[in-house]
Design a protein around this ligand. Structure first.
Ligand code: PEP
Ligand code: MN
Length: 338
């Protein structure tokens, strides 16, 4: 349930409305938007005296929210959520947020050189996996804690905040202390225990869409994090499984539009994992920006042919620089900038 306050409500009138909602057994989320102030009930609204609430001075109207996601719902929070990142950049504002870097951290030299090149090209965060979710147990599993240390060295050299994927709650302390933006990968989108833990931290969480998840399931996973107390969720569309095998996944760009309508949370697009082929990344990145994505996450490798993970979909730092330039006019078309 949400309560829309009248234009000129007083603080006392709002406090009275909050009281009636709390007496009905819910916590209240206050969203002061550019046009309206909304009180959202967190939890079941069954115990709230709706007639009493509707008749309070200052209350414009009381509405039921039929979707199962509440705190992630745009009805609860009509304005776009804009998150600030360490380093001063934002996700969700008029400037696009582009995260870039290799699939996996492989060496100090590799991560530091890619970091400085993507920073120069305009990236606002460095991605790099240290704990990798690989289909085969015989594939490179990532450098683990050592990889996080190298990401920190790259951060120290470039000033870029670091994004890395957490796979286990065992690594929570490590990530909380050392990683700036914590990625929950597609394979863990419905690891509800991990999501609850992500809700207890204060770092931004990059929540990728599960490869076979509906938009509603994805938003419900975001809801787990929000409901547990962390409002800093960034969604990421990374392609879904379909019958098509030419591409690694099928990039669902309509999901960007759907999510921007259903939710206030920022949405990035990952064309690298969606397509699985480096030559497709540039055009799909442009398409994602045209579709209204708040930014991108792109795999960039100094030597894609010899990458230990996801080489075929990785672009070079030079190609990344070209891509960033080509995004400028597309961004301008949709009222954004790079
Ligand atoms: C990744 O970002 O390297 C990754 C494994 O992504 P996803 O979870 O989308 O497959
Ligand atoms: Mn990858």
């Amino acid at each position: 349930m949400i309560v829309v306050m009248k234009q000129n409500f007083t603080p006392e009138q709002m406090a009275a409305a909050v009281r009636v909602m709390e007496e009905g057994g819910v916590k209240v989320m206050v969203s002061k938007g550019s046009e309206t102030t909304i009180l959202g009930a967190e939890g079941s609204a069954a115990g709230i005296d709706r007639n009493r609430l509707s008749s309070l001075p200052g209350v414009e109207r009381v509405m039921r929210v039929s979707e199962p996601f509440k705190m992630a719902n745009r009805k609860y929070h009509p304005d776009d959520t804009v998150l600030s990142l360490p380093g001063g950049r934002e996700v969700g504002g008029s400037r696009l947020a582009v995260f870039a870097g290799p699939c996996s951290v492989e060496s100090r030299e590799q991560i530091v050189s890619v970091a400085s090149q993507v920073r120069q090209a305009g990236a606002c965060a460095l991605r790099g996996g240290a704990f990798k979710p690989r289909t085969s147990p015989y594939s490179f599993q990532g450098m683990g804690t050592g990889g996080i240390r190298l990401l920190e060295e790259a951060r120290a050299e470039t000033g870029l905040p670091i994004v890395s994927e957490i796979m286990s709650t065992e690594d929570l302390d490590l990530f909380e202390e050392h990683v700036d933006i914590i990625q929950v990968g597609a394979r863990n989108m419905q690891n509800f225990d991990l999501l609850k833990h992500m809700g207890r931290i204060t770092k931004p969480v990059l929540l990728k869409r599960g490869m076979s998840s509906t938009i509603e399931e994805w938003l419900m996973s975001a809801e787990y994090i929000l409901a547990a107390g962390n409002p800093r969720v960034i969604l990421c569309e990374r392609g879904i499984r379909t019958f098509e095998t030419y591409t690694r996944n099928t990039l669902d760009l309509s999901a960007v539009l759907a999510v921007k309508r259903l939710s206030h949370l920022p949405v990035l697009v990952d064309p690298s994992h969606a397509c699985g082929q480096a030559w497709m990344v540039e055009r799909m990145a442009m398409a994602a920006v045209a579709a209204g994505a708040d930014g991108l996450i792109i795999e960039v490798h100094n030597d894609p042919e010899n990458a230990l993970c996801d080489g075929p979909q990785s672009i070079t730092p030079e190609a990344f620089q070209v891509l960033m330039r080509k995004l400028e006019p597309v961004a301008a078309c949709v009222g954004r900038r790079i």
